[in-house]
Ligand binder design. Structure first.
Ligand SMILES: [Zn+2]
Length: 83
């Protein structure tokens, strides 16, 4: 008998919302993604080994930013729109 073990990276969307994409200068939908490394047995992820990275991805243009971009560039502050 033998075991097939390995490591695998998986990404997961942890949050979605709207922000002002710095690349486009307009309000866009984003997804906050987290990548984790997993210990696998027979290709089944069993044990999470730690976070590899987190980023925010614009759904419109695909640009990627650090997770704090949604706080530095919140949606809904269009200076040309009042009320
Ligand atoms: Zn964008």
């Amino acid at each position: 008998m033998f075991f097939i073990v390995g490591l695998k990276s998986r990404t997961k969307t942890v949050e979605t919302g709207r922000f002002r994409c710095p690349n486009e200068g307009a309000d866009r939908a984003y997804r906050h993604v987290r990548a984790r490394r997993w210990f696998t047995l027979f290709f089944i992820p069993l044990i999470p080994l730690g976070t590899q990275g987190e980023w925010v991805r614009c759904d419109s243009c695909g640009a990627q930013y650090g997770p704090d971009v949604v706080h530095r560039h919140p949606a809904g502050r269009d200076p040309t729109r009042r009320g």
